[in-house]
Design a binder for this molecule. Sequence first.
Ligand code: HEC
Length: 141
Amino acid sequence: MAGLLMVSLLACQSNESANARLAPVSELAATMRVMTTDMEGLKTAVAKGELTLSQVDAMIVAHASLATDQATTPSDIKITFPTFADGYIKQLQFLRDQVINQADVKQQIDAFNAVLVTCVGCHQDHCPGPIERIEKIAIQP
Ligand code: HEC
């Protein structure tokens, strides 16, 4: 039961058929799951100002394939996708800059939350289902 609930929360649409939900995980969906657990996993460290350069670098490396990964339904991918994908990686690089520059915690939190804004932007255009979960990762002031 918990498993089913989890799957429906993760899928693009909450009303997808059971068949669609049981379909093999696409490259893009697999990367998205990594992106989600990475961002959720680093939230506490960011909030405490303890995010490390190697943690951000690991995310940039692990998430970069989103730009070229095959989606479950490639025809759903819109012309705006590459711009959103690029914006996402650029925002991670900005977070990296803030860590390198030892920006204060508030600025690092703002940069982390700005990454999530780019997630939501692409999702509004492509895949609204996970937006609520993505917004919950944001660090409240
Ligand atoms: C450039 C567009 C884009 C960006 C940026 C993006 N996503 Fe996605 N995301 C998608 C698309 C498209 C899918 C559907 C993938 C598929 O079904 O193949 C998806 C799927 C997902 C899923 C569902 C995966 C599954 O199990 O089916 C989650 C969760 C998710 N994204 C979270 C995130 C998070 C968190 C971020 C930012 C850290 C993010 N996404 C950034 C486009 C994007």
